[in-house]
Design a protein around this ligand. Structure first.
Ligand code: 0X9
Ligand code: ZN
Length: 412
């Protein structure tokens, strides 16, 4: 009986693993770009199938096996210095999965009351946690379903406010979403850590709670689930665009300076029109509800150690009218991270120091929704692992990010 159970478990595990998209022998190249011309040469690869720009500026690029020889020859021909930083992406993904299985096996008896930032939570765990907080702290937090996704999952927003857990109408609103990009798991964990601190340790943060907080920690539920069950590096939502390709990049879909990006199979497909996606529309509606008090918008992404201010839709870039204030706030927040021993964050305009991209949420927040301040945070990645931040580093990244939240909130 025992061995039959073990066998069954093995078979089930094998089936589960087999369902996952494999990144066997996908390599990640790190390029050192010294001239602007080289940047443009690399950009030509950006929208090809089997090519994935992991970090802005084409610094880290994942290439599928079929294209590696060609890519290497191209880099050599154009004298772009490079090295391979991951030989086999699948190996890092499998290591992450193994850690998680082991973690869950050894902590199976722990209930919600012992939430941990030592592993990545599933969508259900995230939603359960939010609901439990609302039930336990009714005078501080409320949770509501703000929309339904293509695959029928709910989107949950938590409002944290000392005025009975609802937006007061008199205090500034800080609006934060994380996980618009499915694979950016550390962004979601950092938003959850913020929620955890503000609600469960509210006594410690009277200054922060002089604001009303509206937080959507998992803004792309279908994509997030898919990145757990099927494709660890999935970025978009799961809208079935064509018979062959699914997914709209929710950070190209916002209806401010929106522009069509032709290829539905591309990782940065912008959708059929601005705000076409249910997830974008749910966030827009929530912003509109609080339009009189919108002060600070934060889009939480990974990775790159960047604090980016708008506008990012074009290059040469158009700065927001209060760019100087954004820069000063950003630099203070970056200093707050180094003060706790964290890495150096670079502050700058998103088009200038990352790349230009249309239809992003930060541009919509500053240009259309009416926020006074808007930033995109690109948090710390997992070193050479990129998006696969080792779970053992979640706590460090989340607590450093908390210092960014705290610093920015203190400056509005
Ligand atoms: O490309 C994006 O959507 C963001 N980077 S990520 O690596 N997380 O995908 C950056 C968006 C910056 N904002 C604008 N360009 N407006
Ligand atoms: Zn992102």
């Amino acid at each position: 009986m025992r061995s039959a159970t073990v066998l069954l478990l093995l078979v089930l595990t094998a089936v589960a693993l087999a369902e996952q998209v494999s990144y066997r022998n996908y390599k990640v190249y790190q390029t050192e770009i010294t001239e602007h011309k080289q940047q443009a040469l690399l950009k030509r690869w950006e929208n090809l199938d089997g090519v994935d720009f992991w970090e802005g500026n084409g610094r880290r690029i994942m290439i599928e096996p079929r294209l590696q020889k060609k890519f290497e020859l191209y880099l050599q021909a154009h004298k772009i210095p490079h090295k391979i930083i991951i030989e086999d992406v699948e190996e890092t993904i499998e290591a992450e999965r193994k850690y998680d299985q082991e973690y869950r096996r050894t902590h199976a008896d722990l209930g919600r009351s012992t939430i941990s930032f030592d592993n990545f939570w599933t969508l259900d765990e995230i939603h359960d946690y939010l609901d439990e907080l609302a039930a336990e702290y009714p005078s501080l937090a409320t949770v509501e379903n703000i929309g339904t996704t293509e695959e029928g999952r709910v989107m949950k927003a938590i409002t944290i406010s000392t005025t009975n857990g609802v937006v007061s109408g008199t205090k500034p609103v800080i609006f934060i979403d994380a996980g618009i990009h499915a694979r950016e798991w550390a962004a979601i964990m950092s938003a959850l850590y913020l929620i955890h601190e503000l609600v469960e340790h509210s006594d410690e943060y009277p200054d922060m709670l002089a604001n009303d907080w509206v937080i959507i920690p998992a803004a792309n539920p279908d994509g997030y689930e898919y990145s757990h069950t099927t494709n660890r590096l999935w970025r978009k939502n799961r809208f079935p665009v064509t018979v062959l390709c699914s997914g709209v990049d929710l950070n190209r879909n916002w209806d401010y300076q929106w522009a069509y990006t032709s290829n539905a199979c591309s990782d940065t497909y912008a959708g059929a029109e601005g705000n076409s996606e249910a997830e974008t529309r749910a966030l827009v509606a929530l912003m509109q509800r609080y339009s009189a008090n919108l002060r600070l918008y934060l889009a939480v992404h990974t990775y790159g150690n960047l604090i980016l201010y708008p506008f990012g839709y074009t290059m040469p870039f158009v700065p927001v009218s209060n760019a100087d204030e954004h820069i000063a706030m950003g630099q203070k927040a970056a200093a707050a991270v180094t003060a706790v021993g964290g890495p150096t964050f670079t502050v700058g305009n998103s088009a200038e120091i990352l790349y230009s991209a249309t239809g992003a949420s930060d541009d919509y927040a500053a240009g259309a929704a009416g926020f006074t301040y808007a930033f995109t945070l690109e948090l710390t990645g997992g070193g050479s692992n990129g998006f696969d931040l080792p779970a053992s580093q979640i706590m460090a990244v989340a607590s450093q990010t908390f210092e960014i939240f705290r610093s920015l909130a203190g400056d509005i």
